[in-house]
Design a protein around this ligand. Structure first.
Ligand code: ADP
Ligand code: MG
Length: 246
């Protein structure tokens, strides 16, 4: 998979006078993590869901350049949302195999074996045959992560995947996701500057209407980063870009 490059993109919801963003330029380097921050309602989910082909609402979209094409992008995206979106009536392992089922295919033994291997990687192989309501919030998100990996797509779109978790669980899942998704092009939407600093190899702050993107220089170290003194200064800069200066 190549880098994703979007130039001069403008998107307007049908019936709205003003675009959500206009003349937006952004690049996502293949095999790296981008953290996208921004105040609620600025258009983060709209941007990423549109390029992933997941936006069902009617919009007008124009751009000078979209590479790879929107069709290629949408064929290569796996999506992980804030809520785990597990099917309550399916066991954990069947939830991991959900994409196969949704494609109308039978879940064969080799598919199930792959799902079990992924559940082992997220530390939940012992829970394979229970229903989601027997799991904690963190465990559910680990199942969702296994399901995301099961799809084996080169682009992974994560919309606030850890935001509903307690701090310790969130920290562990950030580490796990960074390890398991290290070769993917990951687009992570987060409202948490610290999460952006732990995981972002590119950090973007979206703001305004129409929205603009500002780049924040991330720390130089490899992800997942430990929280250190350098974080404080960059975190302050992120908060200022988010409009926190009063
Ligand atoms: P974010 O993810 O940054 O919180 P969204 O992308 O969800 O923001 O929404 C961006 C803006 O688009 C918001 O102002 C929201 O009200 C508006 N919006 C979202 N969905 C629709 C829709 N179907 N029709 C019109 N406006 C929408
Ligand atoms: Mg959103």
């Amino acid at each position: 998979m190549n880098d994703i490059r979007i130039e001069n993109a403008t998107l307007t919801y049908l019936g709205d006078a003003q675009p959500i963003f206009s003349d937006l330029n952004v690049q996502f380097e293949a095999g790296t993590w981008t953290a996208l921050l921004g105040p609620s309602g600025c258009g983060k989910s709209t941007l990423l869901r549109y390029i992933a082909g997941l936006l069902t609402e009617k919009v007008t979209f124009t751009a000078k350049t979209v590479v790879p094409s929107l069709t290629q992008l949408s064929n290569n995206v796996a999506y992980m949302a804030q809520q785990d979106l597990l099917m309550p009536w399916l066991t954990v392992v069947d939830n991991v195999c959900l994409a196969t089922r949704l494609n109308g295919q039978r879940v064969e033994a080799n598919t199930k074996a792959k799902a079990m291997a992924l559940l082992e990687q997220v530390g939940l192989d012992s829970k394979a045959n229970v229903l989601p309501n027997e799991l904690s919030g963190g465990q559910k998100q680990r199942v969702a992560l296994a399901r995301t990996l099961m799809q084996d797509k080169s682009i992974v779109l994560m919309d606030e995947p850890f935001s509903a978790l307690d701090a310790v669980t969130r920290h562990k899942l950030q580490n796990l996701a960074a390890r398991l998704l290290c070769d993917k092009t990951v687009l992570l939407i987060t409202h948490d500057p610290q999460e952006a600093l732990r995981l972002g190899e590119q950090i973007l702050v979206m703001n305004g209407k129409p929205a603009q993107l500002n780049k924040i220089a991330p720390p130089q170290s490899a992800i997942p980063r430990d929280i250190d003194g350098e974080f404080a200064a960059i975190q302050q800069s992120i908060l200022e870009h988010l409009g926190g200066r009063s």
